[in-house]
Design a protein around this ligand. Structure first.
Ligand code: PGA
Length: 248
């Protein structure tokens, strides 16, 4: 069985001081549960504070929201895999829809970043998902498989170390989430794609307006191995309750 993964994407929220307070509350509210992991993706400035706040909790882990594909160099404003790892990150989000659609990140760049993450011994969480126009044009599966191929088809990519997050762009931060059945259908397609490449243990998360009300219904679908949550992860007591009660 794949342990359920609850991933919190804090985006551009929660600085180091707030992160310390957040984790003190969260750790108190959430004791480890079997087969359940919680990964936090704070902004880079808060990584070390989060890592410190997670000590002695094997079920909790910190990751970066993005990395550059080069290990070092003149890239003002960017962080690299080795820098994130030095700050204590053990995972990294790659190709989040905001990176793709706000910052113009390309499929080819996601591939280079996955390789860079693995080289830095970070676990990549590759985000894929279609826009509303693509969904309405019936292109969901084509878009998602194109994104998977571009990011993961390098033969040196260790698929067992990768997690996939399916996040339809139209569901992120909009309050509009895919139905559990819609999500499960796309997850099944992703699973097929992975199986064809002999990757049986890769986890597939769902993301996009997941909250305390809908998480349990989504996770009732056997195809979902966890959730990637933005807004509903920003408040520690609510996030602790979501992790504790979803899929109880
Ligand atoms: P949301 O964000 O939960 O606020 O919709 C999810 C994400 O962007 O990962």
């Amino acid at each position: 069985m794949r342990p359920l993964l609850f991933a919190a994407n804090w985006k551009m929220h929660v600085g180091p001081r707030d992160a310390r307070e957040y984790l003190a509350i969260f750790r108190h509210a959430y004791a480890p549960l079997p087969e359940r992991q919680v990964w936090f993706f704070p902004p880079a400035v808060s990584l070390e504070a989060v890592v410190e706040g997670l000590t002695h909790r094997e079920d909790l882990l910190a990751g970066a929201q993005d990395i550059h594909w080069e290990p070092k160099g003149a890239y003002t404003g960017a962080i690299s895999g080795p820098l994130a790892a030095q700050a204590g990150a053990r995972a990294v989000l790659i190709g989040h829809s905001e990176r793709r659609h706000v910052f113009g990140e390309t499929d080819a760049e996601t591939g280079k970043k996955v390789d860079a993450a693995l080289k830095a011994e970070l676990l990549p969480v590759l985000c894929v998902g279609e826009t509303l126009a693509q969904r309405e044009a019936g292109e969901t599966v084509a878009v998602v498989t194109r994104q998977l191929a571009a990011a993961l088809e390098n033969e040196s990519t260790a698929l067992d170390k990768v997690t996939i997050a399916y996040e339809p762009v139209w569901a992120i931060g909009t309050g509009r989430n895919a139905t559990p059945k819609d999500a499960a259908q796309v997850h099944a397609e992703i699973r097929q794609w992975l199986k064809a490449r002999k990757a049986g243990t890769t986890r597939i998360l769902y993301g996009g307006s997941v909250n305390l009300k809908n998480a349990a219904d989504l996770l009732a679908e056997a195809e979902l191995d966890g959730v990637l949550v933005g807004g509903a992860s920003l408040e520690p007591a609510g996030w602790a309750e979501l992790v504790r009660t979803a899929a109880a």
